[in-house]
Design a protein around this ligand. Structure first.
Ligand code: SF4
Length: 182
């Protein structure tokens, strides 16, 4: 599995704000947000490999119930992600997966934290990632599948008042319940 970092901290957002958690950050992402706060998993991905068994050992070492699998985009590696979630679930962990909600897989997760990307995430038009990012950043069918299959929360990155209009349009068109947004 392509992996970037692992650390123990306090969850700082969403339904589980304040809960001590181990963060496991996968590497690689299918999007290229212009303001990406982890460019070492997207624009210039780190290329470290870790096996699922090594990941489980590193995560469980903290003795912490809550695990947050984040990225990059975790669902870009569905097979090791499925195995990792299975092993952590078996050991009684609560698993949150943070995702850009453009790729779907069925895994043993307890909360899916979706962060669909608004127009403000687009790279400059002359960047060679622009077209792909703009085409892939919102996948209504994937968002709906997550909403149907898992407990979910939905986060948006807001920059300007116009972004709120875009969010309201998405919520209406996709059918995102207002109570999932945070
Ligand atoms: S989806 Fe997340 S990891 Fe990927 S480019 Fe955007 S902010 Fe970065």
């Amino acid at each position: 599995m392509k992996f970037s970092e692992l650390f123990h901290t306090i969850q700082g957002e969403g339904q589980l704000i304040g809960v001590p958690s181990v963060f496991f950050r996968t590497s690689y992402c299918n999007l290229r947000c212009v303001w990406c706060d982890t460019p070492y998993t997207s624009w210039e991905p780190e290329d470290r490999d870790i096996t699922v068994a090594e990941s489980v050992a590193a995560i469980t070492r903290y003795g912490c119930k809550h695990v947050v699998i984040t990225g990059g985009e975790p669902f870009i590696q569905p097979e090791p992600l499925t195995e990792l979630c299975h092993e952590l679930d078996k050991r009684g962990h609560h698993i949150t997966i943070e995702t850009n909600a453009t790729l779907f897989a069925e895994v043993a997760a307890h909360l899916i934290s979706m962060s669909p990307k608004l127009r403000n995430s687009n790279p400059p038009e002359d960047n060679h990632f622009f077209k792909r990012h703009e085409r892939e950043r919102i996948c209504p069918e994937v968002i709906r599948k997550f909403l149907d299959a898992y407990p979910c929360q939905v986060k948006f990155v807001v920059d300007t008042p116009e972004d709120l209009t875009e969010i309201q349009t998405l919520q209406t068109e996709i059918g995102i319940p207002a109570e999932t947004s945070c």
